[in-house]
Design a protein around this ligand. Structure first.
Ligand code: GLU
Length: 278
């Protein structure tokens, strides 16, 4: 099977050193394997994603010397493409509508767990059925039912340095740490980011998902969703994160480390590679 990977930024801010590392690493892996490197804009957050950031990211990646082998996939251009998958979950009786706001959820959760990917939903709307769906409701996955439905727990292969090996989804951990995740967002009824991302990895026939270590916890959810839909599960490679001097992960807000800034300061793509240890 030909190696295919991708870089999938959300165009909600500038490309910084951490992104550059991720993109260059994925690109170099694809080139070393004589495979394909693809670019996908994860722009489903219609409020925060901006065409200016999209253009700047493309300009920075080009400056870094990266090339991609297929036209850029922009998720927001075909938002209804994900609906059949949501319909499939609905047919499996795995969805329920939810009208809870973030603050309502916070209020119910007595001790929000720090360090988990998100707060585990307390189940306020879990009794509701799809017939009670109101415009603007989110759709959540009945995780317990989903896990019960699987004859055996899915496995995935990780090739990244921190977690290399085969991982089997642990149902108890999934219930405690993932919970009833949102698959369609409240308010705008747009597919949730991690479902769109997993579906597009399949859509783009990605064989190895290369991305930051910070997304490792999402992988179990994505593997579970793909398995429930009967779709192939790629291999994952979560790489180290680029941190600042204090050990903090670089965030998009961290404009000081934006590639555009280094470009303006006269650095070369080669120097950027060196800075991120490539
Ligand atoms: N769009 C995500 C981000 O910008 C990355 C998703 C992925 O690589 O799976 O952080």
């Amino acid at each position: 099977m030909t190696f295919r990977t991708r870089f999938a930024p959300s165009p909600t801010g500038p490309l910084h050193l951490g992104h550059a590392y991720s993109a260059i690493l994925a690109h170099d892996m694809a080139r070393a394997e004589r495979g394909a490197f693809l670019l996908r804009m994860e722009d489903t957050d219609l409020q925060r994603a901006k065409p200016e950031w999209d253009a700047q990211i493309i300009d920075d990646l080009t400056w870094l010397g990266l090339t991609w082998d297929e036209p850029v996939l922009r998720q927001a251009q075909q938002l209804r493409r994900y609906d059949p998958y949501l319909a499939q979950f609905e047919k499996m009786d795995l969805l329920y509508p939810c009208s809870c706001s973030r603050s309502q959820i916070q209020a119910v959760l007595q001790a929000p767990q720090e360090g988990t990917i998100h707060d585990v939903y307390p189940g306020t709307c879990k009794h509701r059925d799809m017939a009670s769906r109101q415009p603007g409701d989110a759709l959540r996955l009945h995780l317990d039912r989903a896990l019960d439905m699987l004859p055996k727990m899915p496995v995935f292969t990780e090739t990244g340095p921190a977690h290399a090996g085969t991982h089997r989804i642990d149902p108890a951990r999934a219930l405690a740490e993932i919970g009833d995740v949102v698959l369609s967002r409240k308010g705008d009824e747009i597919v949730a980011y991690f479902l769109a991302s997993a579906l597009d990895d399949v859509h783009q026939a990605i064989t190895c998902v290369v991305r930051g270590e910070d997304l490792f916890d999402f992988t179990a959810i994505q593997v579970l969703l793909l398995t429930l839909l009967g779709l192939p599960v790629p291999t994952y490679h979560h790489h180290r994160l680029i941190r600042d001097e204090t050990g903090k992960r670089l965030a998009k807000r961290d404009d000081a480390r934006a590639i555009a800034k280094y470009r303006a300061d006269g650095l070369s793509p080669h120097e950027i590679r060196r800075m991120v240890g490539l």
